[in-house]
Design a protein around this ligand. Structure first.
Ligand SMILES: CC(C)(COP(=O)(O)OP(=O)(O)OC[C@H]1O[C@@H](n2cnc3c(N)ncnc32)[C@H](O)[C@@H]1OP(=O)(O)O)[C@@H](O)C(=O)NCCC(=O)NCCS
Length: 187
């Protein structure tokens, strides 16, 4: 398939998201533990129709790139990654990632996929800045982003209400020149 292995790291590569992947992605969107890390609205299991609507929206999007993350060793789909809300004038975008297969957490795949997407953003889409938002209790994600050079820029105090408590959310940013200066593209 065109695009398969186009963006490849040591352990993972990116693929197009197709309608065939929707049942799997629907499972990820129905996992309230996963959603608890990414949603800033109330967490609820998503219906098949909503997953279908999400797919139609991303398929036709003109200001975003979404990829399925697959393992190189067996082609298993484990999550997805995206750059959204691309600002073509000021050349920034918002990064997002979900490793939906939880047995694949903490194996380095998320960090590798983020690194690949950052390279794609800077060297293929010609972005100058990549931004993301992470809830403060998501220490795994925060650590992974920091390792790749994202800097904490803003703390939005008590911006997320979850599980009976307010939590801070953190805006992180990475600039192309600092990424290049740190040898970001070399891996
Ligand atoms: C966040 C996510 C993308 C990270 O990917 P991953 O493959 O699980 O993580 P990695 O193995 O690449 O890296 C995690 C790092 O955090 C560290 N870590 C794990 N739990 C930690 C914790 N509680 N505190 C601090 N560091 C932690 C790991 O040791 C590892 O660092 P190391 O490589 O220096 O040892 C993935 O877990 C995921 O998609 N989670 C659910 C959805 C989500 O949170 N999305 C991001 C929203 S901003």
């Amino acid at each position: 398939m065109l695009g398969n292995k186009l963006i490849t790291g040591e352990n993972v590569h990116f693929d197009a998201i197709t309608r065939d992947d929707l049942p799997l992605i629907g499972n990820w969107f129905s996992d309230t533990e996963i959603l608890g890390f990414i949603r800033d609205i109330a967490v609820y299991p998503q219906s098949e129709q909503e997953t279908e609507e999400w797919y139609e929206k991303i398929k036709d999007s003109k200001d975003a790139y979404h990829f399925l993350i697959r393992l190189n060793e067996n082609n298993r789909a484990i999550g997805f990654v995206d750059l959204k809300h691309i600002n073509f004038k000021s050349r920034w975008a918002i990064f997002g990632i979900m490793i939906g297969e939880k047995d694949c957490w903490d194996k380095g795949y998320g960090t590798e996929a983020t690194r690949l997407m950052v390279r794609y953003g800077f060297w293929e889409l010609n972005l100058n800045r990549i931004e993301l938002s992470v809830v403060a209790f998501n220490e795994r994600a925060f650590h992974s982003y920091q390792k790749l050079g994202f800097q904490q820029e803003v703390v939005k105090r008590q911006a997320l209400y979850r599980n009976g408590e307010y939590h801070d959310t953190i805006i992180m940013g990475l600039l192309r020149d600092e990424w290049e200066a740190n040898g970001g593209g070399e891996f």
